[in-house]
Design a protein around this ligand. Structure first.
Ligand SMILES: C[S@@+](CC[C@H](N)C(=O)[O-])C[C@H]1O[C@@H](n2cnc3c(N)ncnc32)[C@H](O)[C@@H]1O
Length: 236
């Protein structure tokens, strides 16, 4: 397993795992991430959790083919339930929607007692994950936004029990929506993402105005979001 095989997205995630990582990769699919990390670092150990039979088998095959069975345990199960009697220090949940990631964290909260770092890569709805972190004593310490094969990905890294900043309501909304680090960095990819989100929301609002029963409350929410995005896009 080498760097050429691993996507830029998964390599960025691997960068935020420490040496001698002891982590779970939930929804591991082919177990590419655990195989990469454990091939590079003989002191690292991982659990590859998978709910579906096909990806679970594929993970097992890859781990065996790379002679990593001593370091990577492949376990079939739903979300953090695979951590039943296993202690890990870091959890990675990548390549799913933000609301599914939030559900996995919510349902498996009791498995997180000793987890110092969570790395999440929501494909959409990063807001849901940031909000869960904010309400559950995990504090963002870094964020990445990258573009690969035409897709834009956000990676959120949160550590347990470091002080959470105090925001007013608008700051909190903006911070959860855009991400405090991504907002500050204001990269070209970030601008591209929010330009596209704004266009999507404007199209939705236009369609909502044409509906038989107009949901003014929802339109107001979307319009507020569009205003927040415009502020960010017009900010130097
Ligand atoms: C798109 S893949 C992402 C794979 C890998 N994490 C990555 O980022 O490249 C999502 C994987 O999550 C698995 N999955 C979805 N819901 C899950 C759950 N509740 N628990 C464990 N795995 C889940 C799916 O079967 C699928 O293999």
């Amino acid at each position: 397993m080498n760097e050429r095989i691993l996507s830029k997205r998964l390599r960025q995630i691997a960068n935020y795992l420490p040496e001698k990582a002891n982590f779970a990769d939930i929804g591991s699919d082919h177990a590419y991430l655990p195989c990469f990390v454990c091939s590079q670092d003989k002191n690292a150990t991982a659990i590859a959790g998978e709910i579906n039979e096909g990806p679970y088998r594929s993970a097992e095959r890859n781990v065996a083919a790379l002679h990593l069975t001593d370091q990577v345990k492949v376990i079939k199960g739903d979300g953090l339930a695979v951590l039943n009697n296993q202690d890990v220090d870091q959890v990675v949940i990548a390549g799913m929607g933000g609301t599914l990631i939030r559900t996995i964290l919510m349902q498996g909260k009791d498995k997180l007692t000793n987890v110092k770092r969570i790395i999440a890569q929501p494909n959409v709805d990063a807001y849901a994950v940031r909000e869960w972190f904010y309400n559950n004593n995990y504090h963002l310490i870094a964020e990445e936004i990258i573009k690969e094969d035409g897709h834009i990905y956000e990676i959120l890294i949160a550590d347990k029990e470091v002080t959470t900043p105090i925001y007013d309501e608008k700051q909190l909304r903006a911070s959860l929506l855009f991400g405090p680090y991504l907002l500050k960095e204001n990269s070209v990819v970030f601008q591209e993402k929010w330009e596209s989100e704004k266009n999507k929301l404007e199209r939705v609002v236009k369609q909502m105005h044409q509906a038989k029963e107009i949901d003014y409350e929802k339109i107001k929410q979307f319009q507020y979001e569009i205003e927040l995005i415009e502020e960010v896009l017009n900010h130097d």
